[in-house]
Design a binder for this molecule. Sequence first.
Ligand SMILES: [Zn+2]
Ligand SMILES: [Zn+2]
Length: 147
Amino acid sequence: MSSRETTMFLVMVTISLLVSSLLCLICIAHRLHLDAIRRHQLEVLEATTTLPREPSMVVTLQNSGLDDCTIQSYKKVVLGESLRLPGLNSLTCPICLVEYIPGDSIRIIPVCQHCFHVQCIDGWLKMKSTCPVCRNSPPDHRENEKA
Ligand SMILES: [Zn+2]
Ligand SMILES: [Zn+2]
């Protein structure tokens, strides 16, 4: 090898090394850029999907039952020895399926006159605002006062 050929060879090797390392750098920069974009998209997605979901869940939970004030406003009687119910029911409570006995406290839903143990219907109405027998919605406290 002459000294000129050696120089040419060294120059060629240097250029090829430079080009390949440059390509490598471009690749890395491109990947970092894509990562940044993807991370940003995920952040935007999380922000838009989690925010509206939570308040609507809270609203549906709060609307499903009646408040204590409304439930207490429904007519309540204590059964006497005759077991004569003031409403439409048979002699058993439709919620717990236990027969009424003298001295039981009975609550009557005003819209349909169905009767239940006070403790049974109070617990039910706190979770659902409909009669467990006929699914009618009892009026709320204010409508009840007007009637
Ligand atoms: Zn009952
Ligand atoms: Zn009913």
